[in-house]
Design a protein around this ligand. Structure first.
Ligand code: PHE
Length: 337
C-alpha cells in the first residue's frame, strides 16, 4: 500500500493535463484499478483476525487519500488550462442579424379593429385621457351622487380633472363637435383605481363605438357586433347577450364571449367560461340631448369593446399584467417577422 501511495503521488506530480489525471484515476481507482482490486488479489487465509482488520482500515485510508489527491490534481489541471483552444473564426457563419422591434399586442389589436371599422364606414377618432368629470360622467347621465359612479373607481387629479375611466367620455364630445349622423370608433387608454389581478389593471384599453342616425335599432347594433367578432377571430365564436345596466344606454346589454382560452370550461382568466367583452346598448336620449341632438329625430347605439381583453383572447395572454410590464421577452413574441 505504501508503494502504491508513493507511485500515485509521483504520477500525479508528473500529470500535465486533466486528461492525464483522468488516466491516473482510472489506473488507481477505476473499476479495475490497482487500489480497487487490491483486496481481491490478497490471500486472507494467512491473516489473523486482527491483521484482517488492520488491512481493511489501511485500504480505506489509501482509497480516501487517492480520491482526494486525484480530485485536487484534476481541479488544478482544469484551472491551469481552461479552454486552451482558441475559438475558431468561421467566416461562413451568418452575421448577427439586426434586431427588429415588435408592435405591442394591444397596438396590433387596435390597428386591426380600426381596419375592420373603417371597412364598415366608421371614422377613427380620439379624445383626451385627462378628462373632465362632465364628459366622463354627467354628460353620460351619471349625476354626481348617483350610485352608478361606484361602478368606476376614478383617479382624481389635483386640478379636479380626472383620468378617464372609459372611452365613453368621447361620446358627447363627438356629438357636440360633429353632430348627427355620425359613425365613429374611439380606441384609447383608460384608467381605474383598481386592485390589480390577472384580469384587472389600473391602466387598460377600450375601443368605444358610436353610431347616431335616423332609425337606428338594436338590430343594427347586433349586426355590427357580429361582423366585428367574426372578422377579429376569423372563426365562429360563441357570444351571448344579456341585459346590462349603464346609465347612458337604454336598453343596455352585456355581450359576453365564450372564453377562447379554456373553451368555456372556466379558467383563472374568465372565471365561469364567459368573458364580458362588449357592453353596449342604444344611446340614452339624455346623452343625445347633452350632445345637442334631437332624440325625437335621431337614435343611436354605442358599445365599449374591452380592447385589452380582446387582445388577451386573441393572443392567448393569461395575465393582464404582462401587457404593461415592459418585459421585452414578452413583447418580442409578437414580432411580425
Ligand atoms: N363605458 C362602459 C364601461 O367602461 C361600457 C359601455 C360603453 C357600455 C358603451 C355601454 C355602451 O364600463
Amino acid at each position: 500500500m505504501q508503494e502504491i501511495k508513493e507511485r500515485l503521488e509521483r504520477d500525479l506530480a508528473n500529470a500535465k493535463s486533466a486528461a492525464d489525471v483522468e488516466q491516473i484515476r482510472v489506473h488507481y481507482l477505476g473499476r479495475k484499478g490497482c487500489i480497487t482490486t487490491l483486496a481481491k488479489g490478497t490471500d486472507f487465509s494467512r491473516f489473523s483476525p486482527e491483521e484482517k482488520k488492520q488491512f481493511g482500515i489501511r485500504l480505506n485510508q489509501l482509497k480516501n487519500f487517492a480520491a482526494e489527491a486525484i480530485q485536487k490534481a484534476s481541479q488544478q489541471a482544469g484551472a491551469a488550462a481552461p479552454n486552451k483552444k482558441a475559438p475558431a473564426l468561421d467566416l461562413t457563419a451568418p452575421g448577427a442579424g439586426r434586431r427588429l422591434g415588435a408592435l405591442h399586442p394591444i397596438t396590433l389589436t387596435q390597428m386591426e379593429l380600426e381596419d375592420i371599422f373603417q371597412g364598415m364606414g366608421f371614422s377613427v377618432l380620439a379624445g383626451p385621457e385627462v378628462e373632465s368629470e362632465y364628459f366622463c360622467f354627467e354628460a353620460l347621465n351619471i349625476p354626481h351622487d348617483h350610485p352608478a359612479r361606484d361602478m368606476q373607481d376614478t383617479f382624481w387629479l389635483k386640478n379636479n380633472l380626472i383620468l378617464r375611466t372609459h372611452t365613453s367620455a368621447n361620446q358627447v364630445r363627438t356629438l357636440l363637435r360633429f353632430g348627427a349622423p355620425i359613425r365613429a370608433v374611439f380606441p384609447g387608454r383608460c384608467f381605474r383605481y383598481e386592485a390589480v389581478d390577472p384580469s384587472h389593471e389600473n391602466t387598460f384599453y377600450q375601443c368605444e363605438g358610436l353610431v347616431v342616425d335616423e332609425n337606428i335599432s338594436v338590430a343594427n347594433l347586433i349586426a355590427v357586433m357580429k361582423t366585428l367578432l367574426s372578422e377579429v377571430f376569423r372563426r365562429d365564436v360563441k357570444v351571448r347577450l344579456r341585459p346590462g345596466f349603464f346609465p347612458f344606454v337604454e336598453p343596455g346589454f352585456e355581450l359576453d364571449l365564450n372564453c377562447l382560452l379554456c373553451g368555456g370550461k372556466g379558467c383563472s382568466t374568465c372565471g365561469d367560461g364567459w368573458i364580458e367583452l362588449i357592453p353596449c346598448g342604444l344611446v340614452h336620449p339624455e346623452v343625445l340631448r347633452h350632445g345637442g341632438i334631437d332624440p325625437t329625430r335621431y337614435s343611436g347605439f354605442a358599445f365599449g369593446i374591452g380592447l385589452t381583453r380582446l387582445a388577451m383572447m386573441k393572443y392567448g395572454i393569461r395575465d393582464i399584467r404582462s401587457l404593461n410590464a415592459g418585459d421585452l421577452r414578452f413583447n418580442k413574441q409578437f414580432a411580425v417577422l
